[in-house]
Write a protein that binds this ligand. Structure first.
Ligand code: PEP
Ligand code: MN
Length: 337
C-alpha cells in the first residue's frame, strides 16, 4: 500500500500517522520528493482500511498494491485448492457436474431426477429446499421437508447433495444433512451468515452476487476462509448488466480472473445466468472450454410444471446429451469429465 501525502505536510503529523500505521503491523518507508511525500507500507496491509487512512487530513490518496484478500490469494497459496467431498474432488483434473431441479417438489420428483442425472454422469445432486424468491407470494421451497427429501434422494442414488442455506440458524441442520452448503447470489454479502459458515468445516459453494465485482466475491470467500473453513468452491452465475434479453449476463471472463487471482475452484451455472433453457448447453460448453472446474445445471423432469425456474431447466434427456458433448471439449482443454 502506498500513501501519498498532501504537499508540505507538518513533520509532527507525518510522524503521528506513521506511528498509527506501524501499530497496525507494517513498516513505514517514507520517500521525500521535491514536491511530494510518499509513505510505502511494507508487510501485511490486509488489516489496514485505506478509507480510514484517507480520512487523515494530510493524506491525498491511498493506492493499494496488493489485493485486499489474503487467504484466497494465489500469491500466498500458489497451488490450486482441491475440495474433497464425499469421494469427489472439486478443482482437480476431473470436471464436476452438479445437476438437479431448482427446487425439491416431491419425493418422486427429486428421486427420479437424481437417478437420471446420476445415470448421465453428474457428480452431485442439487435441489433447493429454502428458496430466496423475489416475490413473497412465489413458492418458497419445502424447507425442512425439502432437506428430508434430498436425504432420501441421496440414499436412493448415492449422489451427494448441494442445497442453499438462507439463515445462520439452520447451519447445524444443514451441516448434518447436506454435503455442500450453497450460499446463493443474494446472500453473498450476508456477512453474519459467512462468519458462521467460516466456523464449520463443511464445504461451502459461494455463488457470485448479482452485482458483485470479482474482488467483492473473493472478499466474501475471504470471510469464510478467515474463519477457518478452507473448503470453499466459487460459482459464477451471471451478473446484472444493461442487457435484458437474458436473465443475467454470464461473465466467463470471471473464471479466468478468479483462476489468476485465487487458488479456489470455480464452477459455472449457465442456468441462472441465461434464464433460458435453450442457451444452457452451449454456455455450459463455453464454460468448460474456458477452464471452469465444474458446472451447476438445473434439470427438471417436467419443466412446464416446475414450481421454480422451469424456463431455464433442461430435461434429463437434454442433460444426458450435453454430458456426451462436453467430454471432447473437456479433453481438448486437458480435463476429463
Ligand atoms: C439457485 O441455485 O437455485 C439460486 C437461487 O441461484 P442464485 O443464488 O445464483 O440465484
Ligand atoms: Mn433456480
Amino acid at each position: 500500500m502506498i500513501v501519498i501525502l498532501k504537499p508540505k505536510p507538518p513533520a509532527a503529523a507525518v510522524a503521528e500517522l506513521s506511528e498509527m500505521l506501524e501499530k497496525q503491523g507494517v513498516r513505514v518507508d517514507p520517500v521525500y520528493g521535491t514536491d511530494l511525500t510518499i509513505l510505502g507500507l511494507v508487510g501485511d496491509t490486509s488489516r489496514i482500511d485505506p478509507s480510514r487512512v484517507e480520512a487523515n487530513r494530510i493524506v491525498e490518496r491511498v493506492m493499494s498494491v496488493a489485493e485486499p484478500f489474503k487467504i484466497a490469494n494465489k500469491l500466498f497459496h500458489p497451488e490450486p485448492t482441491v475440495v474433497e467431498v464425499a469421494g469427489r474432488s472439486i478443482g482437480a483434473n476431473k470436471i464436476v457436474v452438479v445437476a438437479g431441479p431448482c427446487s425439491v417438489e416431491t419425493e418422486e420428483q427429486i428421486i427420479s431426477v437424481a437417478a437420471e442425472v446420476k445415470e448421465a454422469g453428474a457428480s452431485f445432486l442439487r435441489g433447493g429446499a429454502f428458496k430466496p424468491r423475489t416475490s413473497p407470494y412465489a413458492f418458497q421451497g419445502l424447507k425442512y421437508d425439502g432437506l428430508r427429501l434430498l436425504g432420501l434422494a441421496r440414499q436412493a442414488t448415492g449422489l451427494p447433495i448441494v442445497s442453499e442455506i438462507m439463515s445462520p440458524h439452520d447451519i447445524e441442520l444443514f451441516a448434518g444433512s447436506v454435503d455442500i452448503i450453497q450460499v446463493g447470489a443474494r446472500n453473498m454479502q450476508n456477512f453474519d451468515l459467512l462468519k458462521e459458515l467460516g466456523k464449520i468445516s463443511k464445504p461451502v459453494l459461494l455463488k457470485r452476487g448479482l452485482a458483485a465485482t470479482v474482488e467483492e466475491w473473493l472478499m466474501s470467500a475471504e470471510y469464510l476462509l478467515a474463519g477457518g473453513n478452507r473448503q470453499i468452491v466459487l460459482c459464477e452465475r451471471g451478473i446484472r448488466t444493461f442487457e435484458t434479453y437474458t436473465r443475467n449476463t454470464l461473465d466467463l471472463s470471471a473464471v479466468l480472473a478468479v483462476k489468476k487471482l485465487s487458488h479456489l475452484p470455480v464452477l459455472v451455472d449457465p442456468s441462472h445466468a441465461a434464464g433460458k433453457w435453450w442457451m444452457v448447453a452451449d454456455l455450459a460448453k463455453a464454460a468448460v472450454a474456458v477452464g471452469a472446474d465444474g458446472l451447476m445445471i438445473e434439470v427438471h423432469n417436467d419443466p412446464a410444471r416446475a414450481l421454480c425456474d422451469g424456463q431455464q431447466s433442461i430435461k434429463p434427456d437434454g442433460f444426458r446429451a450435453l454430458m456426451g458433448e462436453l467430454r471432447p471439449i473437456a479433453q481438448a482443454v486437458g480435463r476429463e469429465l
